[in-house]
Design a protein around this ligand. Structure first.
Ligand SMILES: [Zn+2]
Length: 302
């Protein structure tokens, strides 16, 4: 993923709002330490976030980064801060930008996501992805030599608790919020939530046909009820529950407008031509408004 300078402005604002995020130059660009032993790679709104948590019994990772080069940088940082192995790798979703680099960490890592994740990954698997990436640079080609898809070794149902060393991780399934299987990872003692991609940072999301907006809104309620101090989204820099409030505002307004236009007898095509969301003109991904209208249309037409 390329970073344009313009993209850096908003996430930096979010970062300073979060307040508690420490950033050390020794970690490398895009990396931050959000709490003791909790490291996040999240350089901007578009790049896939990946994270790791150090415990006395080993490392738990959340997602395996978008590029294999990012994954290698993460692996190097893990080696810098601990000599413990990566024991668990939790997937917050099935999409390849979060799951394609498991081969860099597993073995030894055991990969975990909700029931249906492996089937979802196989369904979406694009065998040409690695070759396309490899063509970018010799460095990329080299990093992809051992590339293969690694679906979850463990698929849980609804909830799962992992006690690793001194830390507890609660895996919570959110239904229909982004991909074929979406997991959020909650650390109750540290009050850190790895929230996946149901909300990112001020970006109109690419909603797939499986996404159900009322379920997304229910997911935000679940995540807010945990009362996290730090929220790590699937894309975008470390933030707070403010992102759930922002997306609630966006989807509620979108559904209201779509509902009103449908009640006036307008067709989906007419709604797509006429509906505007000027309040969110500064969000990334404006070209995805159409798929958001599709999702809103489905929920108001029910
Ligand atoms: Zn995704």
């Amino acid at each position: 993923m390329k970073t344009k300078l313009g993209l850096l402005v908003l996430p930096l604002v979010a970062l300073s709002c979060a307040g508690h995020v420490a950033q050390g130059p020794e970690l490398g660009p895009g990396f931050s330490k959000v709490k003791d032993g909790i490291y996040v790679f999240a350089p901007d709104q578009t790049t896939t976030t990946c994270s790791f948590v150090v415990t006395e019994a080993g490392v738990l990772m959340v997602d395996s980064c978008n590029s294999p080069l990012d994954a290698r940088r993460m692996s190097a940082l893990i080696r810098k801060v601990t000599d413990k192995p990566v024991v668990f790798l939790i997937d917050t979703e099935t999409h390849s930008d979060h799951t394609a680099n498991h081969f860099i960490f597993s073995p030894p890592a055991t990969v975990i996501n909700h029931e249906g994740a492996g089937a979802g990954m196989k369904k979406e698997y694009n065998p040409k992805r690695a070759a396309t990436l490899a063509a970018q640079s010799p460095e990329m080609r080299e990093a992809l030599k051992e590339e293969k898809m690694i679906p979850p070794h463990i698929e849980y149902k609804d909830r799962m608790t992992i006690n690793l060393g001194e830390r507890t991780f609660e895996l919570i399934y959110l239904k229909n919020v982004h991909s074929f299987a979406d997991t959020v990872v909650w650390m109750p003692k540290e009050r850190v939530l790895f929230a996946g991609s149901a909300a990112n940072v001020r970006t109109i999301l690419n909603l797939r046909p499986t996404v159900v907006l009322p379920d997304v809104l229910a997911g935000y309620k679940v995540m807010k009820s945990l009362n996290p101090e730090v929220v790590i989204a699937g894309h975008g820099q470390p933030t707070t529950t403010i992102i759930f409030d922002e997306y609630e505002g966006f989807y509620n307004l979108l559904m209201k407008r779509v509902g009103e236009m449908a009640a006036q007898g307008k067709s989906l095509d007419e709604v797509k031509k006429e509906l505007k969301m000027p309040e969110y003109a500064n969000w990334q991904g404006q070209d995805r408004l159409g798929v958001n209208i599709d999702a809103a249309w489905k929920s108001v037409k029910k």
